[in-house]
Design a protein around this ligand. Structure first.
Ligand code: NDP
Length: 271
């Protein structure tokens, strides 16, 4: 029987995950079905129960349910526990196991696919939501010089700073505090581009050979993308690599087989 997986989000129409997992399944010969499910913002728990009752074996979780998924999981992997957010669920023997593959995906894309080392770098992370929480721990393990988390709701940036302070040099602030500072890696982990906007960033935050990385793939020239290009950054990336690498890691968690992301990246870029 075909095993059922899905991605929960709201909105979810933009998600490439069903196409990616279908490609992974073809490539590896795994018999799975993967759909996108829009859950009401106050109805994620019910939607999850319905999917499990219908025979679902696992799920991805995206905006805005990652922290709720963390609360609902009956067991957490160490990386999900560290993140305080869940993007991958496994349903097994009445257990809902929460995992987080976002940090793995981002690190693999930056350090392996883009060949950009993190060691000794000044990193700016924009946003303090579920995606940001998933990547802070893994970023801090790579020998960075400093990690600054800036967020619209400053308190959320500060609580992330406190949560991860024991792992390395990390600060939390508002966007107005960034003026006069430059960074080697700037990662946009906000969902602002879903509304066609970007955080209010001052000019001069990109150091000359800076990597500008937007996590949100698939919206074309977002305001952050345009802003980064105008500042002449060293390298710019649109998050497709992270999307594929975190998906491949979820696929590996569910099926025990690791797909090759390169042909799927080529397919999506061609499309
Ligand atoms: P959450 O809803 O958990 O968090 C959203 C974040 O964006 C918060 O920090 C929020 O700030 C901020 N934000 C929202 N609107 C604005 C705005 N207009 N101006 C400034 N800040 C804003 O979402 P996630 O963290 O789960 O996801 C964030 C983004 O990352 C999404 O676009 C998602 O698609 C993308 N993503 C991409 C991945 C990939 O593989 N490429 C993997 C994971 C996520 P506040 O706290 O003030 O509300």
């Amino acid at each position: 029987m075909t095993d059922k997986y899905c991605v929960f989000g709201n909105p979810i129409g933009h998600s490439k995950s069903p196409i990616i997992h279908a490609a992974f399944a073809r490539q590896t010969g795994e018999d799975i079905e993967y759909t996108a499910i829009v859950a009401p913002t106050d109805g994620f728990s019910d939607a999850l129960d319905d999917f499990i009752a219908s025979g679902g074996r696992g799920a991805n979780v995206t905006v805005p349910f990652k922290q709720e998924a963390y609360q609902l999981a009956t067991r957490l992997t160490p990386r999900a526990e560290l993140a305080g957010a869940v993007n991958t669920l496994v349903f097994s023997n009445d257990e809902v196991i929460g995992d987080n593959t976002d940090g793995f995906g981002l690190l693999r894309d930056i350090t392996v696919n883009l060949g950009y080392p993190i060691e000794g770098k000044r990193i700016l992370l924009l946003g303090a939501g579920g995606a940001a929480r998933g990547v802070v721990g893994p970023l801090l393990g790579e020998g960075h010089e400093s990690l600054t988390i800036a967020n619209r709701t400053v308190q959320r940036a500060r609580s992330l700073m406190q949560r991860f302070a024991h792992l390395g040099h990390v600060t939390g602030c508002g966007y107005d505090e960034l003026a006069g500072h430059a960074f080697d890696i700037v990662i946009n982990a906000t969902s602002a581009s879903l509304n066609g906007t970007m955080p209010p960033l001052p000019e001069g935050i990109f150091a000359p050979s800076c990597l500008a990385y937007k996590m949100m793939y698939g919206l074309g020239d977002t305001p952050f993308w345009t802003f980064a290009r105008k500042q002449s950054v060293g390298m710019i990336s649109d998050g497709l690599g992270m999307l594929l690498e975190q998906a491949a890691e979820s696929f590996y968690v569910w099926r025990g087989v690791r797909p090759d992301c390169a042909p799927v990246a080529a397919m999506l870029r061609d499309a």
